[in-house]
Design a binder for this molecule. Structure first.
Ligand SMILES: O=C(O)CCC(=O)C(=O)O
Ligand SMILES: [Fe+2]
Length: 211
């Protein structure tokens, strides 16, 4: 099925709630929970280091180094289970050659207390209008987008098992996004944001920082 475009002024958002069939999504989730070297990333906020409230792993080609929230990440190699997903995503989004996704930030939200704060994926390494493919697995969580200066421009989306959310064009320039905590009892969720690092290692000029 094709991506549905969700209208939001100044953003480009595509969504397919059923991108990965449930049996493939189940198998991928199981493989990632087992094979990814999950760790607590330390992030810097206002000059102080904190443990981020989730487990993470930065995965990518050897040259795709990435700096965010003040820390430089050397990528871990691609788990085998992710290779076909990377290929299918490139087909869905019609990216190839020099534009293939060369990295993924994997995040694991163990329960409703794990979350991600307001940020934009606007690090210099991603280029000016990054294409970001976000695949969700496991428990459904609510994803929020909010315009930087026009509070009425906002969107809330439930991201179910196997869903694909695509942010592109000027989305990161104009909007922040977050994955808030919830008091509802929810199971584990894994999210994969596929990205393309265009500039090797650069300075940390991103305005956002994931909390
Ligand atoms: O978990 C999510 O859906 C959001 C993840 C995210 O925004 C990121 O990795 O930059
Ligand atoms: Fe993000």
């Amino acid at each position: 099925m094709a991506l549905t475009q969700i209208p939001l002024p100044g953003a480009r958002i595509g969504f397919d709630p059923h991108w990965l069939p449930p049996d493939q999504a189940d198998a991928l989730l199981e493989a990632l929970l087992r094979d990814v070297p999950w760790e607590v990333h330390r992030i810097r906020l206002f000059g102080r280091e904190h443990a981020s409230p989730r487990l993470s792993c930065w995965i990518g080609d050897a040259d795709a180094r990435y700096r965010y929230s003040g820390t430089l990440f050397e990528p871990r190699p691609w788990p085998r289970a992710l290779e076909p997903v990377r290929e299918r995503l490139a087909e869905t989004l019609q990216v190839g050659g020099d534009n293939v996704f060369n990295s993924v930030l994997a995040n694991r939200y163990r329960d409703g207390r794990d979350a991600m704060g307001w940020h934009s994926d606007d690090e210099a390494e991603l280029g000016s209008e990054p294409l970001i493919g976000s695949l969700s697995l496991g428990a459904t969580r609510r994803f929020l987008l909010r315009h930087r200066s026009e509070p009425s421009r906002r969107l809330a989306l439930e991201l179910p098992h196997g869903s694909l959310l695509v942010m592109s064009g000027p989305t990161q320039l104009h909007y922040r996004h977050a994955l808030p905590r919830t008091r509802r009892p929810v199971g584990e969720r894994v999210n994969l944001t596929f990205r393309r690092i265009v500039a090797g290692e650069c300075g940390d000029t991103g305005r956002g920082s994931r909390r």
